[in-house]
Design a binder for this molecule. Structure first.
Ligand SMILES: [Zn+2]
Length: 363
């Protein structure tokens, strides 16, 4: 029995006001000769997916290719991405990876994979195509950022694996090889963006992303996660350092917290950090392992809660960043719940009336 579809027309009280406000902001910024970046001509959603992601083989590990197969089956069944633009792109370059990771870490992963793969760290398996999959995943983030800033579209979603947010500068960690979202954010900064907001709602703390931008004045990082929980970091008093002091925000959630309470805290924290830094680009580490059915994370969120959180992110992006959002898949280990949650996220991310994809009418 499939999960019920994330049907168009569900509760969405903010959408119309937001769309009106967004048009006003867009027209103001369109007329601003100082504006560095172009606006999207045909706002839909860029959708990144490549079959090479299925070739990162991990056997019976929870982070396996069946996750993405379930997502793609569901999106095809409900025609969610029928009219989305699906770009082609190149894997991240070594230079792009080395804006986040050490050259030694990149080389160690490549060599380990080439030597036949296996268990590269406590929780992470790799196979012979894992380096290709991981560089293609990081490359998707880089390409999505570039295209969104160039005005090819307003929003992008990268249906990638392996995930990235635990990957550290010097080593893989927690199912992650390269920190995809960090690679994307660094590309944005290279292209001249001065303030990026990364919001990580995966059930696990985004420790790799936090470490990358810990003292970086250009990137605000907010993680909402179950706590205490893997990987152990993410307490509320971890707030950054140096020029990045106060730009890291951790929102630890105790097991048993109601979705209503969790989303209320999320809204307040996201809006507060966004008001503080006024981001020019918003990025999401979209993990869906806080879903009530998830075998690993299991807070109490249901698929529709990801619609609400996406709407909150859209409102923030509309207010500050001309609507620009680049979202990347992180965790989510119940294939059917993941697929339904991604569908909800995508419908809310795309720019049809009511926060739902135009194509949803056909689904
Ligand atoms: Zn996770």
């Amino acid at each position: 029995m499939p999960f019920p579809s994330c049907t168009p027309g569900s509760t969405n009280s903010v959408a119309i006001d937001d769309l009106v406000r967004r048009r006003e902001i867009l027209s103001e910024q369109e007329n601003d000769p100082e504006s560095k970046f172009r606006l999207a001509n045909q706002p839909m959603t860029l959708f990144y997916y490549d079959p090479v992601f299925l070739e990162h083989e991990t056997g019976g590990h929870p982070e396996n290719a069946g996750r993405l197969r379930a997502v793609m089956r569901r999106l095809e069944e409900y025609k969610v991405h029928a009219n989305f633009v699906m770009p082609t792109w190149k894997p991240a370059t070594i230079d792009q990876l080395c804006h986040v990771h050490t050259a030694e870490a990149v080389d160690d992963i490549r060599k380990f994979v080439e030597s036949g793969g296996g268990q590269i760290e406590q929780d992470t398996l790799v196979s012979k195509q894992s380096f290709a999959a991981a560089t293609t995943a990081a490359g998707a983030a880089a390409d999505a950022v570039r295209r969104v800033l160039a005005g090819e579209d307003t929003t992008a979603f990268c249906a990638v694996r392996p995930p990235g947010h635990h990957a550290m500068q010097s080593h893989p960690m927690g199912f992650c090889l390269f920190n995809n979202i960090a690679v994307g954010a660094r590309v944005a900064i290279e292209l001249g963006v001065e303030r990026v907001l990364i919001v990580d709602w995966d059930v696990h703390h985004g420790n790799g992303t936090q470490a990358t931008f810990w003292d970086d004045p250009n990137v605000g990082f907010l993680s909402m996660h179950r706590f205490p929980f893997y990987p152990g970091t993410g307490a509320a008093d971890e707030t950054g350092a140096g020029a990045g002091q106060g730009l890291t925000v951790n929102l630890p959630i105790r097991f048993g917290t109601s979705p209503k309470n969790q989303i209320s805290q999320f809204r307040n924290a996201v809006e507060s950090l966004a008001d503080k830094i006024s981001p020019q680009l918003v990025m999401i580490s979209a993990g869906f392992d806080s879903h009530i059915h998830d075998p690993i994370g299991s807070l109490e969120l249901e698929s529709e809660d990801f619609t609400t959180m996406t709407q909150i992110m859209r409102a923030v992006a509309d207010t500050h960043a001309m609507g620009r959002i680049v979202s990347l898949l992180e965790g989510g280990y119940h294939p059917a719940a993941l697929a339904e949650s991604v569908e909800c996220h995508l419908r809310a991310l795309s720019t049809g009336p009511g926060g739902h994809a135009e194509t949803s009418q056909n689904g």
